[in-house]
Design a protein around this ligand. Structure first.
Ligand SMILES: [Zn+2]
Length: 392
């Protein structure tokens, strides 16, 4: 049967589907619904049970199921239908939605992240439906919205209690299996001052920008300390100040200043403890200078995650990779944050990240995926399904 996978999972079919998906723009402003509707008719034509799940107005998820002959293990494939925006279109060498293939690479927004993976997953499911006489359990495909922004799509999946015994998230995994990833905390920090004419300014003035500078220096110290902490799968945590906004005009003493911070977290870190520690550090500065009042306002929290190497899904993906590419894959952790943490931490579904391509290709100008990666990962997905659903 494994040899059938190699002969029957064909490049043309995967690239054709991936191209159709790329041709439908679906960044956060629009298009997720159109991708879901395209997939809905495609998956129905394959004979799958399909439904759209409304998450926000005009922004659905798509859920498709393939039910086996008898009760058995269930496995979920998770992929996001949204992409990041194209950015400055003039920087692209081609139309990002034309989905052209050149030098065995499929170009376009979402090719790597991650419409290519969605196509690979679906063709693997099709292989099982059409070529495996008897299998048990269930395959669930969840195509989710808003992964690139809030994770609301996968959130809705777990809230509605759509369950599986295990899941694979198809983000580009750099030829590895990722069983962990970092989390993301976005928050804003504001300082205050006393608005006065700048001609009154002296070193004792209460200037929100100067006050912020002192907090920034403290955050820079924290950044150095974080570099000394190490998780063997995902590396060290980090803190980045990405945006600053303060004051009104040169000739006015600034009465407010705000920075936006991105703190990347480790699976063993707790977000409320991180915030408590930060508040204590910054409060310490205020005890030396009472002008250093601040407000901390949380924007987004997406958790980090880690599953044990002994989990069945880790072993299934590892064995499948061994069979298809004849190589023992590296099992590691991803630096970026994905929907895996929602499936594991909130949905209680042991999951891994395995998908075609390389994360460095995601979110770039002239994004592409090598066609051979799409074929390889589709074969790996099919092998995972075959082994999980026919050996139980
Ligand atoms: Zn992605």
């Amino acid at each position: 049967m494994s040899s059938d996978i190699k002969s029957k999972i064909k490049e043309e079919e995967i690239t054709k589907l991936a191209q159709e998906l790329i041709k439908i723009p679906s960044d956060e402003t629009a298009g997720e619904k159109e991708v879901c509707e395209y997939l809905e008719s495609y998956l129905k034509s394959l004979g799958m049970k399909v439904r759209l799940q409304e998450v926000l107005p005009n922004r659905p998820n798509i859920i498709a199921e393939v039910i086996g002959d008898e009760v058995g293990k269930s496995i979920m494939f998770n992929g996001h239908v949204d992409t990041v925006p194209v950015g400055d279109i003039k920087k692209w060498s081609m139309d990002p939605y034309s989905a052209i293939i050149k030098d065995n690479k499929l170009f376009g927004r979402g090719s790597t992240d991650m419409k290519g993976a969605i196509a690979s997953m679906i063709i693997a499911m099709k292989f099982i439906m059409n070529n495996v006489e008897k299998f048990n359990g269930k395959i669930i495909f969840t195509g989710v919205m808003a992964e690139e922004t809030t994770g609301l799509g996968t959130q809705k999946i777990v809230e509605e209690n759509i369950k599986a015994d295990m899941a694979v998230v198809g983000e580009p995994s750099d030829e590895k299996i990722y069983r962990a990833h970092k989390g993301t905390m976005w928050f804003n920090l504001s300082t205050y001052g006393k608005l006065e004419h700048s001609s009154e300014s002296n070193s004792e003035s209460n200037n929100a920008i100067i006050n912020m500078m002192k907090l920034i220096m403290e955050i820079n110290e924290i950044s150095k300390e974080l570099e000394t902490i190490e998780n063997n799968l995902v590396g060290h945590p980090s803190i980045n100040i990405g945006l600053i906004d303060g004051g009104t005009k040169q000739n006015m003493i600034a009465d407010s200043c705000r920075i936006s911070i991105d703190r990347r977290t480790l699976p063993e870190e707790k977000t409320d403890e991180i915030l408590d520690k930060l508040r204590i550090r910054l409060d310490g500065l205020r005890s030396l200078d009472d002008r250093l009042t601040f407000d901390l306002e949380i924007d987004t929290i997406r958790e980090a995650v880690e599953v044990a190497e002994s989990e069945q899904i880790v072993q299934e993906v590892k064995n499948a990779l061994n069979k298809v590419i004849n190589k023992n894959p590296t099992i590691s952790g991803m630096k970026a944050t994905t929907d895996m943490s929602i499936l594991v931490n909130q949905g209680n579904i042991p999951s891994v990240i395995y998908g075609p391509g390389f994360i460095k290709q995601a979110h770039t100008v002239d994004e592409f995926i090598e066609v051979k990666r799409l074929v390889e990962s589709s074969q790996v997905y099919a092998e995972i399904l075959l082994n999980t659903l026919t050996n139980n």
